[in-house]
Design a protein around this ligand. Sequence first.
Ligand code: AP5
Ligand code: MG
Length: 217
Amino acid sequence: MKSDMRLIMLGAPGVGKGTQAIKISGKFNIPKISTGDILRDAIKNNSSLGIKAKSFMDAGQLVPDDVVIGIVEEKLKGKDCISGWILDGFPRTLQQAQALDSMLQRITAGIGHVLFLDMEDEEIIKRLSGRRSCENCQHTYNTYFSLPKNEGVCDNCGGRLVQRNDDKEGTVRERFRVYKEKTEPLINYYSQQGLLQKIDASEGIEIVYNKICSGIQ
Ligand code: AP5
Ligand code: MG
């Protein structure tokens, strides 16, 4: 099975994974599976998944592996995933990466590219402090870099723009610590498999997007 359009976005909190994943999903007509968005939706709906995930997310900790692996496994079984997908925020631990490998082995598919967005921590923190998300559709804006047409209102759906609970300073620090401990080892994991594409994420959204597109086409 052709694996080019099975894509993984890898990178630190706030580096721009979600922003780019939406654009790539639209361009190549493949579903975007964002574990963070799925978990935030579950919290909003007060489902049992949301109740389980909330305390971990608010503390900047990872939700347990078995929970997120189960979510992704279900999504990847969907018909819409047959000709590709883009994973945003998964895998985030070695155990998740190995679980994904096993899922793909079962359907004799492989990963096309792991898009590693790379940038200095300090710049990322500025992106995170300015981020505002629509509480209805989760579309993301930024008070420094990409303002909505009307302040505090989503261009897409008219929803209210809010700051994410885990974008508070102390929680951001913890998310970075967890990223370095648990997720950074995946850079090596995928690089050794020849799948990693390192992309300088410090430039504007369109420049980063064009670099990603030329890398995967
Ligand atoms: P998740 O939602 O995945 O958060 P994250 O990895 O911390 O990443 P972010 O969503 O914060 O950042 P992003 O890289 O998507 O950046 P964005 O595009 O928004 O996870 C949240 C939590 O859920 C985790 O802490 C954990 O608890 C749990 N979780 C999720 N997945 C899990 C898993 N697999 N296992 C266990 N737990 C899991 O951009 C940031 C800002 O910058 C925006 O304002 C944007 O407009 C702006 N921006 C983006 N690109 C540019 C650019 N090029 N120039 C200028 N501004 C830009
Ligand atoms: Mg995101």
